[in-house]
Ligand binder design. Sequence first.
Ligand SMILES: Nc1ncnc2c1ncn2[C@@H]1O[C@H](COP(=O)(O)OP(=O)(O)OP(=O)(O)O)[C@@H](O)[C@H]1O
Ligand SMILES: CC(C)(CO)[C@@H](O)C(=O)NCCC(=O)O
Length: 320
Amino acid sequence: MTVAELVPNNEALSPYRHFTRAEWASLRADTPLTLTLDDLVRLKSLNDPISLEEVIEIYLPLSRLLALYVAATQGLFKATQRFLGAEDGKVPYIIGVAGSVAVGKSTTARVLRALLSRWPNTPKVELITTDGFLLPNRILEAEKLMDKKGFPESYDNKSLLRFLSDVKAGRRNVCAPVYSHMSYDVVEGEASCVDRPDILIVEGVNVLLAPRMRDGREIPFVSDFFDFSVYLDAPEGVLERWYVERFRRLQQTAFRDPQSYFRVYADLDEAETTRVAKDIWTRINLENLRQNIAPTRPRASLILTKDADHRIEEVSLRKL
Ligand SMILES: Nc1ncnc2c1ncn2[C@@H]1O[C@H](COP(=O)(O)OP(=O)(O)OP(=O)(O)O)[C@@H](O)[C@H]1O
Ligand SMILES: CC(C)(CO)[C@@H](O)C(=O)NCCC(=O)O
């Protein structure tokens, strides 16, 4: 026997099964296409920049996999209810979507929502972002955390955990605070409520953080409530480019609104705008990516790796 035969290869040792785009796309085979071409076109017109090819090759196989996972989990729940002699209830299936600022989490979450709601056993799919659980600016300012927006310490983690635990407990009308990118702050008096969905998608930069210890006790974290999670990945340089492009686009549009927190940047020229965007990216978002977000990647059930054109080139699925 050769050494090569004795030592398992990397793929065998990895907790993930890796698929090229083409391999993954072929896993849609035999799935009845629950979407018509019209649905796909409508999805695209939701203002999401995603290509139809991406939906068909990446997101349809993923929605098929998730439909199977959800059905299996619902079956297990029914078995437990029967064992306990309990009345039929419903527990929402919770999916986390994690990854850097500007990687495209909102787009992925919205596409998944649209696709999953087409399956007969999960018609009601709701979506929240953890942005609403950011501490208000007045607290961030007082605690000198304005340059740490998106870092774990900038969230009201207790409220976020209570929200998730209430949803998981099957409570009706569980509400989350709302964040405005325009005012760059939590909106006082506004709420976004979910009412016993079949699936809840929770999108946010730090949703896969590992539980931490305090006084020798483990503090629960958001991902304790997840049944499945997706980490969106792209190289740092590419992420910076997407961030700067988006910032420059917003500088031409939303920043001109008198309500915009970034109104002060509305009159900058192109070079200055790029410099400001790169500075915010490097000081805050890249730092957060390196310190907090990227280290959570190995905790995801699925990793989607994008190339510079937002095309998902590799899919890694955790072996169960
Ligand atoms: N599949 C895609 N194809 C092309 N462009 C995309 C795709 N997904 C996202 N983008 C673009 O990338 C940028 C970031 O996308 P999005 O706002 O969804 O990111 P995000 O991860 O939710 O960001 P943030 O954490 O900053 O809210 C946007 O400018 C968006 O237009
Ligand atoms: C709200 C977050 C943290 C995540 O969505 C992000 O969009 C953000 O505001 N980051 C702080 C630095 C910046 O303004 O880009």
